[in-house]
Design a protein around this ligand. Structure first.
Ligand code: KG4
Ligand code: ZN
Length: 354
């Protein structure tokens, strides 16, 4: 039988994205419209503005995706759309577009959980290598969590951040250190700039205490990053370093990056141990996804951990770690194979636990 072709739509936050993916793991076409410039001036995402821009961009993004593929809706076998979790106004645009396209063209509709899409992305075209069950770490500006992926539509959340996401922490620490942002198409934010500076730094000069190492919180599978940021702010206020001195900047960047990578590694080690001992999960690999998974120090720490457990570390390429349409289309493929279809009446789900 010919491979299935699924159109996937994503609009849960501030990126409008669409892609057509085939069930043999090929990306036929993909389009993303970011809204960074829209929200930058406000210092955060403005939900009403995000919805306006999705409303304007979604038809163009779908049109462009079909054109690049040289396809019409008749060539698409199903429509997948992110149902949640996310911003209600943003989700509503994607869900309305997806339902309408599917209903008008009489195509199967698949509502997708945004986190499941991130977690299944690593399997696209690699289902033999990334077999269920596996442990997945999602580390970006929007997410910091670990989960067991037992199968399609079957996951267990292990741990999540109690405060800031790890990407937010990188961004806020970069601000404390007055490190300018790098404007990169894939995986923007201040993280890459901080990483570059940390290369010239000595992580031992301003060694920072690791978060959550006291007895009760050390056992938790959750993460915490706001303490590191607050500590660096206090050090700056007390004059322990100068953000105008490049060596101070570099040494603190290295210290923060080391602490963040070590905290992620320790909590992931606990997550792997918990999955094995308490849940009887024999993980086939460790998957790390999200913008922060492209950080070399983080990746090296996770690779060492995976190695000690005899597991491969799998990281999707950066542009497929960020919010994108490919992951939604691929999750659609996986759900279709399991017969998980949805009626044309589905609504978005703002808060949707895994
Ligand atoms: O996955 P992502 O591109 O977007 C969402 O959060 O949705 O993640 C962006 C986050 C930003 O906070 C950025 O600073 C961080 O990931 N990031 C990095 C690196 N590249 C991106 N953090 C540390 N090191 C990096 N190389
Ligand atoms: Zn996401």
């Amino acid at each position: 039988a010919r491979a299935l072709r699924v159109l996937g739509l994503e609009s849960s936050c501030d990126d409008t994205a669409a892609a057509i993916v085939s069930s043999d793991g090929q990306i036929i076409s993909e389009t993303v419209r970011h809204q960074h410039q829209v929200h930058e001036a406000y210092g955060g995402i403005v939900p009403g503005l995000a919805a306006d821009h999705h409303l304007r961009n979604m038809p163009l993004v779908v049109r462009e995706t079909l054109e690049k593929a040289g396809m019409g809706m008749a060539d698409v076998d199903a429509v997948a759309v992110t149902r949640g979790p996310g911003l209600p106004g943003s989700l509503a645009v994607g869900v309305a577009a997806g339902k309408t396209l599917a209903a008008v063209h009489l195509k199967p509709l698949v509502g997708v959980h945004h986190m499941e899409a991130h977690a299944l992305m690593a399997r696209m075209g690699a289902e033999d290598a990334v077999r269920f069950p596996y442990v997945c770490l999602l580390i970006s500006g929007g997410h910091t969590l670990s989960l067991v992926v037992h199968g399609v539509n079957e996951h267990t959340l292990l741990g999540a951040t109690r405060d800031d996401s790890v990407g937010e922490a990188f961004d806020k620490v970069a601000r404390e250190l007055a490190i300018p942002w790098i404007d990169a198409e894939d995986g923007g934010g201040a993280g890459p700039a901080l990483e570059a500076l940390a290369r010239d730094g000595d992580p031992a000069r301003f060694a920072l205490p690791l978060p959550m190492e006291k007895s009760d919180s050390a056992r938790s599978l959750d993460f915490s990053f706001s303490g590191l940021k607050t500590r660096i702010r206090r050090m700056r206020e007390q004059g322990a370093f100068s953000a105008a001195c490049r060596q101070d900047q570099a040494d603190l960047a290295a210290a923060f990056q080391h602490a963040a990578a070590e905290h992620l590694q320790r909590k992931t080690r606990r997550a792997l141990a918990h999955a094995a001992a308490e849940m009887g999960v024999a993980a086939t690999c460790l998957v790390a996804s999200g913008g922060v998974a492209s950080n070399h120090a983080v990746r090296a720490a996770l690779a060492r951990l995976a190695d000690r457990h005899g597991l491969p570390l799998v990281c999707p390429p950066p542009r497929l770690c960020t919010d994108n349409g490919v992951m939604v289309a691929w999750a659609g493929v996986e759900r279709l194979r399991c017969g998980l279809l949805d009626p044309y009446t589905i609504d978005f789900i703002q808060r949707w636990p895994l």
